[in-house]
Design a protein around this ligand. Structure first.
Ligand SMILES: [Zn+2]
Length: 267
């Protein structure tokens, strides 16, 4: 079968009547959000007291589903999976096909894209927020890192959620670097890394953040030191000394020897 062939009649045959009723309620109450479609896969987040990411695939003509809830008994389908399928049947346009959208946008001229973005900003308040974030100054970016770290430190933000936001900060830094502002980009990378390590020390949780994130930040930071021909030596010296005292470095998780060697060679 294909997703296009799925209709209300077929869907009604799936699952128990109780699960069906619960699913209809979830859809009616708009507890179903962020639908994505990619090839043979549909994904959505269903809010049922907590968010459940749900996925449905068609493999060899068979429908398979995944949901992390515990409301599934035996071979039955849970209300969340049914809610995904109902929102697909009722409003397939709500499922964004990112790959297809990306291909389409690639064909637009810069002028057309500008028009679209400005139009979005006029009509969707959230877009204004995103665009404002994009134009942040360095001190605002550093301040936003402080807030994030504080929120994780006080337990108001899950580390995994913070990582998503930190990854966004990282992409701002990358764009600064691409625009030739290597020093600003380096400062952001240093600030991210030093604050993450500092929080892990304070909370005595050396694995609070994923090792991949820390290694990525560290490697990019070093790379920016190597690339910058107008390196602010005193500042970098201070940064390296500060990192050297971090437990992750003394423990050997991050190895500063190469960057220190290249740095002193460049002075
Ligand atoms: Zn479920």
């Amino acid at each position: 079968m294909r997703f296009e062939n799925l209709d209300a009649q077929t869907l009604e045959q799936i699952g128990t009547p109780e699960a069906q009723a619960a699913a209809r309620l979830l859809v009616q109450n708009q507890q179903v959000q962020h639908g994505y479609r990619s090839g043979d896969r549909l994904q959505i987040v269903v809010w049922d007291e907590e968010p459940f990411p749900v996925e449905v695939r068609i493999k060899d003509g068979q429908l398979t589903s995944m949901c992390s809830c515990s409301q599934v008994e035996g071979q039955e389908v849970c209300p969340h999976v049914l809610a995904l399928l109902w929102s697909w049947v009722e409003e397939p346009g709500r499922f964004l096909d990112r790959a297809e959208l990306k291909e389409r946008l690639k064909k637009y001229s810069k002028k057309d894209l500008l028009e679209i973005i400005l139009d979005l900003a006029d009509r969707v308040p959230e877009v204004r927020g995103v665009l404002k974030e994009e134009g942040q100054e360095l001190d605002e970016i550093l301040e936003s890192i402080d807030h994030l770290i504080d929120d994780v430190g006080t337990g108001n933000l899950e580390p995994a959620e913070a990582e998503d936001k930190l990854r966004r900060t990282q992409s701002w830094a990358d764009r600064l670097a691409q625009a030739g502002q290597l020093a600003d980009a380096r400062v952001i990378y240093f600030y991210l890394l030093d604050n993450l390590l500092g929080l892990e020390e304070r909370l005595k949780q050396e694995k609070l953040f994923s090792p991949t994130l820390k290694t990525d930040l560290f490697e990019e930071y070093c790379q920016l030191i190597y690339e910058d021909r107008h390196l602010e030596h005193d500042l970098v010296q201070q940064e390296l000394e500060q990192l050297e005292n971090r437990e992750a470095v003394t423990r050997g998780d991050l190895d500063l020897s190469e960057v220190k060697q290249k740095f002193s060679g460049s002075g």
